[in-house]
Design a protein around this ligand. Sequence first.
Ligand SMILES: [Ca+2]
Ligand SMILES: [Ca+2]
Length: 180
Amino acid sequence: MRLTWFAVLALIVVVGGVGVAAPAQALPPTERTFSDPAEPGAAYDVTSVVVRAAPRVGRPAVVVVKHARAVAAGDVVDAWFDLDGDQVPDLHLSGAAYSEYVVHETSSFTRDGRDVSAKDCVRLSMSGHVSKIRLYPECVGQPVAFAVALRSSVDGRTKNADWAPGEQRFSRRVLAQPLS
Ligand SMILES: [Ca+2]
Ligand SMILES: [Ca+2]
C-alpha cells in the first residue's frame, strides 16, 4: 500500500517534470499576414503585409507590402526592424520610389544611427501596388526571429502617413530563417 502511494507520487513528479521541461514558448511561425485598414486619406495606403522567413540559408526574409494604388513619384516607404525582440528598432530602411534607399542602425523610431547601406543587408523595391523588402539574416547577426514596423508616406511628409500594424508598433515576430 505504502509502495503504491510512493509510485503514484513518483508518477506525479515525473509527469510534472515533463510538463516543466516542455518548451516555455513556442517558436515564431515562418510566415504571418496581417491586413491594414483601407484609409483613402492616407498618403500611400497600406492594405496588407506579409512577413516571411528566409526559405533557406543565403536567401532573404521578405516583407511584402500591398498598397491601395500603384506607386508614384514621391512615395516613401520606411521599415524598422526589431531583431532581438525588445520592441526597440535596430535597423531602419528608408526609400523613395524611383530613387535610392538607405539603411541605418538605430535605437529609436525618430533618430538614425550609423549608415550601413553599403553592407547591403536590406533591399527595397517598389513596383505597381507592391513594396518588397528583403532582409538577409546572415548580414544582420543571424537573429532567430524579427519583427517589422512600416510607415508609408508621400514626399517625406509624415502627417498622412500610414503605419502598419500601428504607429511605432512592431508586427508579431516571424522566424528569420529555418532552424538547422
Ligand atoms: Ca492602411
Ligand atoms: Ca531591438
